[in-house]
Design a protein around this ligand. Structure first.
Ligand SMILES: Nc1nc2c([nH]c(=O)n2[C@H]2C[C@H](O)[C@@H](COP(=O)(O)OP(=O)(O)OP(=O)(O)O)O2)c(=O)[nH]1
Length: 152
């Protein structure tokens, strides 16, 4: 896929950090559906709709709907395409670091959302061991590496 490839579906994802200045953990979410992705870990987010004013607005909306929290976006983790990181032939994801500015994340057994089986804070300063140990959606692995490299 060359740099001119157009991805039909724009996905957006958040690498939610526990702190903007001195992050020690980021949030990973375990997908509940579809069956082929069930149990795999991802960045919370979803598809941008035509109604969203921007990808940033889409990401804030998705996280409000799915996680019931307000996010402040920090920096984009730039992927190899203008549309971000390729997921499939037809889709790519733009990813931002972010912090929670409103609401409260429900983790572990308290989490009752339909989209995820589990939400977990993953430590950043173990050389990426805990992050790499999760069974990520395969397309997310390079994004995880870029995140770890950026926050090292
Ligand atoms: N949210 C998210 N989706 C990802 C990641 N990696 C990855 O390959 N994907 C894929 C899975 C899905 O095919 C697509 C995102 O769709 P989604 O199901 O999360 O989006 P949505 O909430 O708008 O869902 P829907 O209404 O269409 O069900 O991108 C990731 O890290 N986060």
């Amino acid at each position: 896929m060359g740099p001119e490839h157009v991805f039909r579906t724009q996905v957006v994802g958040a690498a939610v950090l526990d702190d903007a200045e001195n992050p020690t953990h980021f949030l990973a979410a375990q997908r509940a559906y579809p069956e082929t992705l069930r149990g795999m870990w991802e960045f919370p987010g979803g598809k941008a709709d035509p109604d969203d004013a921007s990808c940033e607005a889409a990401l804030i909306r998705e996280c409000s709907e799915e996680l019931d929290v307000q996010l402040r976006l920090l920096d984009e983790i730039p992927g190899p395409h203008a549309q971000g990181w390729p997921l499939k032939e037809s889709s790519a994801m733009r990813v931002w670091t972010a912090v929670v500015t409103g609401g409260e994340l429900m983790l572990g057994p308290q989490y009752d959302g339909a989209d995820h089986l589990d939400l977990r804070w993953i430590p950043l300063h173990d050389d990426g061991a805990a992050a790499r140990d999760l069974e990520w959606i395969p397309a997310d692995r390079p994004i995880v590496e870029a995140l770890l490299a950026r926050l090292r």
